[in-house]
Design a protein around this ligand. Structure first.
Ligand SMILES: Nc1ncnc2c1ncn2[C@@H]1O[C@H](COP(=O)(O)OP(=O)(O)OP(=O)(O)O)[C@@H](O)[C@H]1O
Ligand SMILES: [Mg+2]
Length: 450
């Protein structure tokens, strides 16, 4: 019996063995449905052509015998469609390795597929704070970053998209400043065309900065109301009067654009949910982020998690669209044996990036070549002959090279982060979050200039 992970490799094997029968087809779609069963979707003209039809049936027959129970009987396992676009219908699809007319379409029960990557936004820089594991100081680091950018005179827009365990807004706003509504309210009201009613009352300014401004959009308002009933509806796609179906992440993008138009920030900071989660997918892949911070604690769980994600991007052929925006952050780096700890973190980070996202070329040697920036993007010039996206393990400018956030006792087990940030000073923030702040500043500047 075949299990799920064997479906694609076996399909590849069987189809490769029948190249002669596949070659005359303009395209062929391997549809893996919600239950993980495979059907063929083939061009209509081929279905009307006696020989082609018989060939398709013969290949499906051969495949279904190997895929049991992940296939259908031949008479119900083949569908015909006018075009490949119709066959794919907005679902994740990618080319089957080595067969350039065969596409795999994956139907998932959730809309998050992690494989559709929105292009980088060209307006205000958007920076996403993500971590594969929770509780690693991501929201604290975001709050400190917002504070620091505002101290430098910037207008900062902060979104708490950790809808399932919100908290960021309470770090930046005292209770009396919490706005009436939050992102969850907007997503629910928008379904009934009522989004504008809450838009005016979902942003509040923080009292923490003196020179710039921090505008905070919380997950929920001062009164959380029926939060669970609302949360269960935020994922809903919206059906417009003209029949258009707008996914929830497209709605979120529309909200962000409305907020940007209203607040006119210099930079947007987004606190994503942790883990391989639906909201995290929207934050990382759908919102055109210019910088995606990957918070990491040293340990197998962290690197296995990031590896699953990077492999999905590689498999779906989208790694190149996203890898230049990624940056590892060393979360709460311990005081004790700090240097060794960071070395271990860097080594494991490099291993994961090396086998998934970096190009397969010999890394550059720093004395003959070096990093260069083209249009604000980091890349390596390898000799004068080959260009590739690969980095030396020790290269400080590489995305795998962690920007360290230090563990500090004054942040450990805090009762009120708001209270802590209210009395913090620039030197302290620098000592704990320095490399992160410098990196974020740099990306925000480069993006704005571009
Ligand atoms: N630099 C730091 N040094 C010491 N403790 C810290 C530091 N940053 C955060 N903490 C503490 O770690 C805990 C988790 O922090 P935080 O809520 O920021 O993590 P998170 O990654 O956002 O968690 P979640 O996944 O639950 O949203 C808190 O008790 C916080 O006070
Ligand atoms: Mg958090």
């Amino acid at each position: 019996m075949t299990t799920f992970d064997q479906v694609v490799p076996i399909t590849n094997e069987v189809l490769s063995a029948h190249r002669d029968k596949i070659a005359p087809l303009e395209w062929l779609v391997i549809n893996r449905d919600l239950n993980g069963r495979v059907r063929f979707i083939a061009p209509e003209q081929a279905g009307e052509h006696e020989v082609r039809r018989a060939d398709i049936e013969a290949v499906y027959q051969a495949l279904s015998e190997r895929l049991v129970p992940h296939a259908y009987p031949t008479d119900s396992g083949i569908l015909y469609e006018a075009s490949r676009e119709l066959a794919c219908q907005g679902a994740t699809h990618y080319l089957l390795d080595g067969l350039d007319t065969v596409w795999v379409v994956d139907r998932l029960a959730t809309e998050a597929n992690w494989a559709h990557i929105a292009p980088e936004t060209v307006g205000v820089p958007r920076i996403v704070f993500f971590s594969i594991k929770g509780g690693v100081g991501r929201s604290t680091a975001l709050a400190a970053t917002a504070w620091s950018l505002a101290q430098a005179g910037k207008r900062v827009l902060v979104l708490d998209l950790d809808l399932e365990s919100p908290g960021l807004s309470s770090a930046l706003l005292p209770p009396e400043r919490q706005p009436m509504y939050g992102i969850t309210d907007w997503l629910v009201e928008d379904l009934v065309g009522n989004g504008d009613v809450v838009l005016d009352s979902m942003v509040a300014t923080s009292n923490l900065s003196h020179d710039g401004e921090i505008h905070v959009v919380p997950a929920h308002g001062a009164e959380h109301g029926e939060y669970i009933a609302k949360l269960g509806r935020v994922w809903m796609p919206k059906l417009h009067a003209d029949g258009r179906r707008e996914t929830w992440s497209a709605r979120l993008e529309r909200l962000l654009q409305a907020l940007e138009a209203r607040v006119r920030p210099d930079v947007v900071l987004i606190d994503s949910r942790s883990g391989i989660d639906e909201i995290a997918s929207a934050c990382i892949t759908d919102m055109g982020a210019n910088l995606i911070l990957l918070f990491a604690l040293e340990g197998e769980q962290t690197w296995n998690g990031y590896r699953m994600l990077f492999e999905q991007w590689q498999r779906a052929g989208v790694a190149e669209q996203i890898r230049e925006r990624l940056q590892v952050v060393g979360a709460v780096v311990p005081e004790l044996d700090r240097v060794e700890y960071l070395e271990g973190l860097r080594e494991h980070s490099y291993e994961v990036f090396g086998v998934t996202l970096y190009d397969d070329i010999a890394p550059a040697t720093p004395d003959t070549v070096g990093p260069k920036e083209v249009d604000g993007k980091r890349t390596w010039q390898v000799g004068s002959l080959v260009e590739g996206w690969n980095f030396d393990e020790a290269d400080e400018g590489a995305p795998h090279h962690p920007w360290a956030v230090n563990w500090h006792r004054s942040f450990a087990g805090l009762r009120s982060l708001q209270g802590r940030l209210a009395v913090i000073d620039t030197q302290e923030v620098k000592a704990i979050f320095g490399p992160l702040l410098e990196g974020v500043n740099h990306v925000a500047e480069v993006t704005r200039q571009a």
